[in-house]
Design a protein around this ligand. Structure first.
Ligand code: MRU
Length: 373
């Protein structure tokens, strides 16, 4: 996607040929700045502190983290250590483990002297594959928006999304946003309601920023607004991203997604989930019981950061001193509430049969023991 007219991805190899450039997403929307990751620790820190975030981008950053580790020391011990350190950064998005498994498969049986080049090559492929997958998600999701547009004559299609499953969360295009960008580029009239997504406000800070940069009409809404809009016929379609989908189609995504799915179900609003296949975890069945839910620091809930009228970035406390805080990062939407899964291989039913028929090679491979365990 473009930033001020310049084609930009969220992660790249710098002109020096080895350090890894990323956008510092903690500074958006007030400042667009990039950072150079130079070591394994830099990569792990970037994932942990959410300089980079979003399931597919976490995977891509981890892949380059392994490449940076191989630059320092291509031994077996360092490969295992790097994968373990990266895996420990965030627990919920399965793309992290998927990417590390891919890197291990590409490197483990190679002589040490070949590992560095092979690591950069596989990391670059993972990035290119992600961009291509998301474009395919866009192509498959586009007809959903076009069909609604056809019914509405020239009135804009109203799409609601939660958190940021946009290009900032991936290498390019985004997952939930890919059909939106494609529809917009084709001249389909649409408008996006972006949930603010407390506590880190990825919807308000990131989704609104990238939609604005691309010229997509949008409105930021407090997280509690979606149900009201749906009751009043103001949402035609919900599209969200996901951090992990189980074999039977349960969907884990940013905290608050489940409540939107319930509201959509109660109001007959179609609720779609856009995902690249690396987000499917065929080893799990029951999302509520089995998916590990990240819990983050209390400060994320107890404070808010923003720009003052004078243009300074400041953090202020918004709860009483001494109040306890709970900060669950994700929740699980049961498959029964999901209208369909928009994947690179088409729109699937959120069922075991639907997923296994579309990705038989992944479903079968999941029965064998996995590399990074
Ligand atoms: O905590 P984050 O910002 O990494 O959470 C991001 C989300 O929940 C996204 O919806 C999900 O990763 C899908 S990104 C295409």
């Amino acid at each position: 996607m473009k930033v001020d007219g310049k084609p930009t991805r969220t992660i790249w190899v710098e002109p020096d040929g080895w350090s890894v450039g990323v956008i510092d997403q903690t500074l958006l929307p007030h400042r667009f700045a990039t950072l150079r990751l130079q070591t394994l620790d830099d990569a792990a820190h970037a994932i942990l502190t959410m300089i980079v975030r979003g399931a597919p981008l976490i995977g891509a950053a981890a892949a380059y983290g392994v490449a940076l580790a191989m630059r320092a020391d291509p031994s077996d011990e360092n490969l295992e250590r790097a994968c373990a350190a990266l895996l420990a950064t965030r627990p919920t998005a399965i793309n992290l483990k998927w990417a590390l498994d891919e890197m291990l498969a590409a490197l483990r049986n190679r002589p040490r002297g070949e590992r560095l080049a092979a690591a950069y090559a596989r990391a670059a492929e993972i990035c290119d594959e992600d961009a291509a997958i998301n474009q395919a998600i866009g192509r498959h999701g586009l007809p959903l928006i076009e069909a609604i547009a056809a019914r509405k004559n020239s009135a804009p299609v109203q799409v609601l999304t939660h958190c940021n499953a946009g290009w900032l969360a991936t290498v390019d295009w985004g997952t939930a946003t890919a059909p939106i960008y494609m529809a917009h580029d084709k001249g389909v009239q649409l408008h996006v309601f972006a949930d603010e997504t407390r506590p880190r406000n990825q919807g308000a800070s990131l989704t609104a920023w990238e939609l604005g940069k691309h010229g997509v009409p949008h409105t930021v809404i407090p997280d509690n607004t979606g149900g009201h809009l749906m009751q009043h016929g103001m949402v035609d379609l919900v599209i969200v991203g996901t951090d992990r989908v189980t074999a039977n189609g349960d969907v884990c995504n940013k905290i608050g997604t489940y409540l939107k799915a319930l509201a959509a179900h109660d109001n007959n609003v179609p609720f779609y989930v856009a995902l690249p296949s690396p987000t499917i975890d065929f080893t799990l069945a029951d999302g509520v019981a089995e998916i590990p839910i990240e819990q983050r620091a209390a400060d994320e809930v107890a404070t808010m950061t923003g720009k003052t009228a004078a243009g300074r970035i400041e953090t202020v406390r918004i709860i009483p001193d001494g109040s306890a805080v709970a900060n669950y990062g994700f929740d699980v939407t049961p498959s029964r509430l999901v209208t369909g899964l928009i994947t690179e291989r088409g729109i699937l039913k959120a069922t075991r049969e639907g997923l296994a028929a579309a990705f038989p090679e992944r479903a079968v491979a999941a029965k064998a023991p996995r590399a990074a365990e």
